[in-house]
Design a protein around this ligand. Sequence first.
Ligand SMILES: C[S@@+](CC[C@H](N)C(=O)[O-])C[C@H]1O[C@@H](n2cnc3c(N)ncnc32)[C@H](O)[C@@H]1O
Ligand code: SF4
Length: 431
Amino acid sequence: MVATVEPTKILEPKRIPLITNYPSFRKWNKEAVKDKMEDQPMSIYVHIPFCTQRCSFCYYKTLDMKEYRPEVESYVDTLCQEIEMATDYFDIGNRPIHAVYFGGGTPSLLVEHQFEKIVAALRKKFKHFDSKEQFSLEAEPLTVSRSKMETLAQLGVTRLSMGVQSFVDEIIKLSGRGHDEKQAYRAIDIAQEAGQGQWNINIDLLSGLAGETDETWRESLECALKTGVESITVYKMEAFANTEVFKLGVKDEKLNLPSDEQEMQFMAYAMERFERANYKPWSFFTYTKNGCDESKYISSAWRGMDFYGFGVSAFGSLGDHLLQNTSELENYSEIVGSGEIPITRGYRYTSFDRMVREVLMGMKLLRLDLKGFKNRHGLRLEKLCAPILRELKAEGFVTVSDQAIDLTSKGILYGDYVSKTLSDSLQDMYR
Ligand SMILES: C[S@@+](CC[C@H](N)C(=O)[O-])C[C@H]1O[C@@H](n2cnc3c(N)ncnc32)[C@H](O)[C@@H]1O
Ligand code: SF4
């Protein structure tokens, strides 16, 4: 005879007090008032889309000065008009400013009075513009001059990021850039002199450029270290479909591109060499020395802080929304000229997106704060992703404590793989 088991009773209907709110008023407190959006710091991004050249590896949508030089002045005016309108429209002019970032394209190709115009427009609309913690600007060697650097120093730039990519002439030439090793040194010298005591300099290098060998890569790293700059960033060159490198190197196989394995070796060597030279990583890509600050704009955006992007194709993140301006120059000028905000697409985050984003982008900063994650999302990441975390730990990619998940050196080298694996495991739970 089979025994019958009484099912466990789940429902026990009864009268309970009226639910008036959630979370209950008992959980509300005075401190939370300070979290009002208008008091929250945010950053500002300004996009300059023009370049003096079209590099063979570059995937950004840029506009070549050979064709667009006459447009630059009117672009700056339109940008200032957008700053005026969008700041009012989103009511962001009273918010504390964390970091300001001029990116591109090549912001350093603007001339003195154009920098002044843009900074004046920002200063006029953002009440706390002068209290920002950092002001970064991207530069390219051929566009650097003493007078421009002096103007930028006067305007308060505190971090100059110079795209060098390689110090070896034959590799630079293959990448379609107009400068050579000497001109890169010259630009860095001028910038170091003009910004002494005022700014830190970062150099961007690219690992995986066409024609790169162990010898040329090592030479490039030694040259970068010799300059004494406070910060060096090494990006892994991605051969996106819209690049010349993709066409000639991947599709037609006419350019000799390093293999993925070689590229990993370049990165591994760079990490080891930087460590010997006392440069410490603050992200997958950037190494700094002597306590030099990280890029506060980039790190705060990866941590989820609000930022607003001005200029053609610029994007921002305000509250629960991602917002992007039109990426067509003519359209941008027309929309702003007619008194409208040039945003043409956006995205509204779900709370789940925020969790995934925090894992994917936050991990780039080498450490995921588990307590912060729990405070922000109400969930314990280390429990949600326990099996995959055990594996990542066993393979030597991460260490895990009550406080945080930290990347090891191996984890930094495979950083994107680690963060993607972790975020995939989070997403799998809800698929
Ligand atoms: C927008 S550019 C600004 C610097 C400036 N335009 C220059 O090239 O000197 C920022 C950086 O993006 C990086 N970059 C461009 N194309 C890339 C690619 N295909 N893969 C990875 N990084 C890339 C380069 O290292 C470049 O310095
Ligand atoms: S790498 Fe820099 S200079 Fe070259 S096309 Fe891209 S943004 Fe312009």
